[in-house]
Design a protein around this ligand. Structure first.
Ligand code: MG
Length: 375
């Protein structure tokens, strides 16, 4: 496989390796091993019961972080293969990118970040890295999953300067403003392609969005018109799915073409060139404003819909009251988290809350606050 990789792809033989030395894998590559470790992790299984926009119990048909991560991985692999980049690395990064998310999506993360103000803050990308570096308990010899440096680099999509400084080599690019591998850059934009499209789908399915409202979004309207021209009379779910399918395809192909052009225009010949250039994986200039308009539409009509905000508000109260209760009396924590309070109480509590699924957080809230619950 390596022979077919482009000169600027990440290669396992040039990797900065793992934190703990391990024998080379048999019958699979190092990045395949990372992907396998991520899929077998506890945090990965929990993604099934963590949400993006809707809370897990709101409906069986909505995306969860697990199905979202699988969609991101699938889009990432397609882009990586077309650009002759390291598909295994892109897949591993994509599957792990949301491991550090709190319950209840962005509402949960915002609430936990507020709680952690003054204690180092809470960032979900940094938490994804903590999960694979420290929190998973799968190996006898070390904490975490001991992933390859390049996989960890890709997982750490954003990072505050404070946290970056703690991470040494891995955080340096946030301080000196260099770029990560192309595999990391593409997984980041594959995430955007996935959620922009599936949020339209889930928004329509929930009834919070309508086809009429979406007429104002150019990138949707043009594809819908093409579907209707090719299939007169098509309607319902088929029309929606055909339109979204074409939108994903359009965005993926645009990204591939523009990225190839950027690589060429910048004379990029190696991974070192990639790191020293500006961001190379990008959408074209004509598509960018259309994607901005789509995001703005989703923010105004879906993420800020009063029904979504009511749920988000409840979610924030749950996270905040759990945090406060544990801060006040850490002995309420399960023993494995309580013992970590000696070293850093707020961080141990944040790790416990961040690891919860939506429904676990709801139950835990009931166990702590409802007097008719036994334990
Ligand atoms: Mg994501």
């Amino acid at each position: 496989m390596t022979a077919a990789l482009a000169a600027y792809a990440a290669r396992e033989e040039d990797s900065r390796g793992r934190q703990h030395a391990e024998p080379a894998p048999v019958a699979r590559g190092e990045f395949q091993r990372d992907r396998d470790r991520i899929i077998h992790s506890t945090a990965f299984r929990r993604l099934e019961y963590k949400t993006q926009v809707f809370v897990n119990h709101e409906g069986d048909l909505f995306r969860t972080r697990l199905t979202h991560s699988i969609e991101v991985a699938q889009i990432s692999r397609g882009i990586a293969r077309a650009l002759r980049l390291n598909e295994d690395l892109a897949e591993a990064i994509a599957l792990a990118h949301d491991l550090g998310h709190t319950p209840f999506g962005h509402a949960g993360q915002d609430a936990l970040n507020e709680c952690m103000k003054g204690y180092g803050g809470f960032e979900h990308n940094f938490q994804s890295l903590r999960t694979v570096d420290l929190l998973e308990e799968h190996y006898a010899a070390f904490d975490g999953l001991n992933l390859m440096w390049e996989t960890r680099e890709g997982i750490l999509k954003h990072c505050s300067p404070g946290h970056a400084a703690e991470l040494g080599d891995l955080g340096r690019r946030f301080l000196d403003r260099t770029q990560p591998s192309l595999e990391a850059q593409l997984a980041n934009l594959a995430d955007e392609i996935a959620y922009n499209n599936h949020d339209i789908d889930d928004g329509l399915r929930s009834g919070l969005l309508s086809l009429e409202l979406l007429e104002s979004v150019e990138v949707f309207r043009v594809q819908r018109q093409r579907v209707e021209a090719a299939h007169p009379g098509v309607g319902g779910r088929r029309l929606i799915h055909e339109t979204i399918r074409r939108m994903i395809n359009l965005m993926v192909l645009d990204l591939i073409r523009q990225t190839e052009a950027n690589i060429h225009a910048n004379g990029v010949l190696s991974l070192e060139d990639v790191r020293a250039s500006g961001p190379l994986v990008a959408f074209s200039d004509p598509l960018k404003p259309q994607l901005q308009a789509l995001k703005k539409f989703l923010r105004e009509h879906l993420y800020w819909h009063y029904q979504v905000l009511r749920m988000a508000d409840k979610a924030k109260r749950i996270v905040r009251s759990l945090f406060d209760a544990f801060m006040e009396n850490p002995r309420l924590l399960p023993p494995q988290y309580f013992i970590r309070c000696t070293a850093d109480k707020p961080r141990a509590i944040a790790d416990y809350i961040a690891g919860m699924t939506d429904r676990y957080a709801v139950r835990e809230h009931r166990r702590i606050f409802a007097v008719d619950e036994i334990h």
